[in-house]
Design a protein around this ligand. Structure first.
Ligand SMILES: *Cc1c(COP(=O)(O)O)cnc(C)c1O
Length: 364
C-alpha cells in the first residue's frame, strides 16, 4: 500500500513504524488476548503501559522527580482555562505574550479569571516575529508568565527560553508547547508548567500532556471542578477518571521510537536540517515568500506564500497529484504551510522541495 507525504498541522503524520506496531498489536496486545482499547485502565496490563510511557518521557526530556506528568483529555484548549484556575494561587493578574492566534485564545480564556497583562505583542506586524525579552513589560506581581513557544498557524517560534531571574524564581514560566514539544532538547527546570495536545508531535488526538512543578499544585481558585484540578489528577496518577488509554499507548510507542532515533538531541539536528532545506529554497526564489523574521522561523510549521496568489489552487492540486498533501495554510492567514513534525521523513521534505522548484520554473 502506498503512503503519501502528509504536511498537516494536526492531527499530523505518525511514524510508519509506530503504525505498524499498533497494527500488529491491535487485536491481541502482548499475548493477553485483548486489545489495549478493551483494557481496564486500572488493570495490570494498562498500568504497565502508562508507567512505561511516563518513564520513557521522563528519560527523553530528563524530567526531575519534583515535576508531575499528567495524562489528560480536553486538548491544549482546556489548558487555556486550567492554567489560570490552578496557577493564580491567590494573585490577581498574569502576564501573557501575544504572538499569534493560539496566544490570543489563551488570553481570552484567562481574562475570565484574572487581569491579563499583555507583556508583549507582535500583532502590530501580523504576528511575524517573536518579541525579544527586552521588549517585554513584565509585572512583578503576576502569578505566572504564559507564552506560546511555537505558533502553529503563523509559523513563529521562540528559539530561546525567557529568563525568569527577575522574579527570583517566584514567578513560574508557563508554555503551550503543543506544536514543538519533543522537537528539540528541553530544559524543563526553566518552566513551572508546560502543556501540549498530542496530535502534533506526540501522537494521536485525545491526549493532553501537562508537566508541572509539584509545589505549584493544590492552590486552585474557589469552585474549580475536580476534573480541572491538577493536584487531583497528580494524586491519582492520571486515574481520577478514565484517561485516554489508547492514545496514551500510542504516545508510548512514539517515545520508544524517539529513543531509538537517539532522543531529542538527534531529532533536533534532523528537524533543523529539514527546516533549513525548505527555508533555503523559499529564500532562493522570488516566487515564494516567507513573511516570518528569519531568527524566529518555526522549524515545525513552515509558513510561506506564492507571490502570485492566483496560482495557489494550481499549486495545491499539483502537489496533491504528487502525493504531497495538506499544504494549505490556516484559513486565518491563507497561503501555504508545510508542517515538518518529528515524524515527517527528510524524503518528504526533499520531495516537496523538488516539486516547488519545478512548479516555480514552470510558472516563472
Ligand atoms: C493545536 C494547538 C492548540 C489546540 O489544540 P486542541 O487539541 O485543538 O485543543 C493549542 N495551541 C497550539 C500551539 C496548537 O498548536
Amino acid at each position: 500500500m502506498e503512503r503519501i507525504f502528509n504536511f498537516s498541522a494536526g492531527p499530523a503524520v505518525l511514524p510508519l513504524e509506530v503504525l505498524q506496531t499498533a497494527k500488529n498489536e491491535i487485536i491481541n496486545w502482548h499475548g493477553c488476548g485483548i486489545s489495549v482499547m478493551e483494557m481496564s485502565h486500572r488493570g495490570k496490563e494498562f498500568t504497565s503501559i502508562i508507567q512505561e510511557t511516563e518513564t520513557d518521557l521522563r528519560e527523553l526530556v530528563n524530567i526531575p522527580g519534583n515535576y508531575k506528568i499528567l495524562f489528560l483529555t480536553g486538548g491544549a484548549t482546556s489548558q487555556f482555562s486550567m492554567v489560570p484556575m490552578n496557577l493564580l494561587r491567590g494573585k490577581k493578574s498574569a502576564d501573557y505574550i501575544n504572538t499569534g492566534i493560539w496566544s490570543k485564545k489563551a488570553i481570552k480564556e484567562a481574562q475570565k479569571y484574572c487581569e491579563v497583562n499583555i507583556a508583549a505583542s507582535s500583532e502590530d506586524s501580523d504576528f511575524t516575529y517573536a518579541p525579544t525579552q527586552d521588549q517585554w513589560t513584565l509585572n512583578k506581581n503576576s502569578a505566572y508568565v504564559h507564552y506560546t513557544p511555537n505558533e502553529t498557524i503563523g509559523g513563529v517560534e521562540f528559539n530561546w527560553i525567557p529568563n525568569m531571574e527577575y522574579s527570583n524564581g517566584n514567578i513560574p514560566l508557563v508554555a503551550d508547547m503543543s506544536s514543538n514539544i519533543l522537537s528539540r532538547q528541553l530544559d524543563i527546570t526553566k518552566y513551572g508548567l508546560i502543556y501540549a495536545g498530542a496530535q502534533k508531535n506526540i501522537g494521536v488526538a485525545g491526549l493532553t500532556i501537562v508537566i508541572v512543578r509539584e509545589d505549584l499544585l493544590g492552590k486552585t481558585i474557589l469552585n474549580t471542578p475536580s476534573v480541572f484540578n491538577y493536584k487531583i489528577h497528580a494524586d491519582n496518577f492520571s486515574m481520577y477518571n478514565t484517561p485516554p488509554t489508547y492514545t496514551i499507548y500510542i504516545a508510548g510507542l512514539i517515545f520508544k521510537w524517539l529513543k531509538k532515533k537517539g532522543g531529542l538531541a538527534e531529532i533536533e539536528k534532523i528537524n533543523s536540517m529539514k527546516a533549513a532545506l525548505l527555508y533555503n529554497l523559499i529564500d532562493a526564489t522570488e516566487f515564494y515568500i516567507c513573511p516570518v523574521k528569519k531568527s524566529d522561523r518555526s522549524r515545525m510549521n513552515v509558513s510561506f506564500r506564492l507571490k502570485n496568489v492566483n496560482l495557489d489552487k494550481k499549486f495545491l492540486e499539483q502537489a496533491k497529484n504528487r502525493g504531497l498533501v495538506q499544504l494549505k495554510g490556516h484559513r486565518a492567514v491563507g497561503g501555504m504551510r508545510a508542517s515538518l513534525y518529528n515524524a515527517m521523513p527528510i524524503e518528504g521534505v526533499r520531495s516537496l522541495i523538488a516539486f516547488m522548484k519545478e512548479f516555480a520554473n514552470n510558472h516563472a
